[in-house]
Ligand binder design. Structure first.
Ligand SMILES: Nc1ncnc2c1ncn2[C@@H]1O[C@H](COP(=O)(O)OP(=O)(O)OP(=O)(O)O)[C@@H](O)[C@H]1O
Length: 238
């Protein structure tokens, strides 16, 4: 059997006395959008940061295409990470930011126009990032993630601050990305939005994965995603 593009196995991470992640085991499959869901402080960002090589786990493994992120010679060509572009210089334009990121990541600059077009950012490509709305920043973050033409997209709370039009646009984009055989893992605590976007869900609470299932299976059991989420995160043992 071929391996899943994302495999999290027995993951644990403690920060001093705080167990941010105490048992996380799940996969994200290709051709699917997987929602990584949990309440505030559940351990989502910590898990994604470990997956992206930004934080070291205390135990366990988080693999992309069978290897740790940092062991890939060109990780940006494997995984695109959609995280806040807070580190981007506010006086840089979107196009300058993409040029800088290409150079730092060893990526060709030939895809810059294509990714700007892909995320609908061409119109503001020459404006300074400091003047951007949240939605524009999100689009630039996605464009940055797409520069390496990755097989996998990992997004931490991607619809934060997007207006309804932006949310629908992002949903369509992610579903089309997955339909092309690629893989999307996104974290969120906004169930209403996620329910329209994802194929599979992984529910985490207090650092433990409580449930992993397809949305179809959840619906066929007669429960709503909200029911399952509340049961999983309020001491239930699902
Ligand atoms: N660098 C750190 N040092 C100490 N504690 C941390 C650190 N990072 C995270 N934590 C703690 O680990 C727990 C999990 O945090 P994490 O950010 O992973 O949760 P989350 O599910 O992403 O939450 P949210 O939805 O609020 O962003 C929280 O109790 C948090 O306070």
């Amino acid at each position: 059997m071929s391996r899943a593009p994302i495999e999290i196995q027995g993951l644990r991470k403690s920060f001093g006395a705080v167990d941010a992640v105490s048992e996380a085991t799940f996969i994200a499959a290709s051709g699917r959008v997987t929602g990584f869901l949990g309440p505030n402080g559940a351990g989502k960002t910590t898990t994604l940061r470990i997956l992206l090589g930004l934080t070291r786990p205390s135990r366990g493994t988080a693999l992309v295409q069978g290897k740790r992120y940092r062991d890939h010679p060109h990780p940006a060509r494997i995984v695109g990470a959609v995280v806040d572009i807070a580190g981007a210089h506010p006086r840089m334009t979107a196009r300058q930011h993409l040029l800088t990121y290409s150079a730092l990541s060893g990526l060709s600059r030939t895809r810059i126009e294509a990714v700007l077009e892909q995320v609908g950012a061409t119109a503001f490509a020459d404006r300074r990032i400091g003047t951007f709305s949240t939605g524009m920043r999100q689009r630039l973050s996605l464009a940055t993630a797409l520069l390496g033409d990755p097989e996998i997209l990992v997004l931490d709370e991607p619809s934060n601050g997007l207006d309804p039009g932006g949310i629908v646009w992002l949903r369509t984009f992610l579903q089309e990305f997955a339909r092309s055989g690629r893989t999307v893992l996104l974290s969120s605590h906004v169930l209403g939005e996620v329910e329209h976007t994802v194929d599979d869900v992984v529910l985490i609470d207090k650092g433990r994965v409580r449930r992993a299932a397809s949305l179809t299976d959840i619906r066929s059991s007669g429960a709503s995603l909200e029911d399952v989420f509340l049961r999983a995160t309020q001491g239930g043992d699902q």
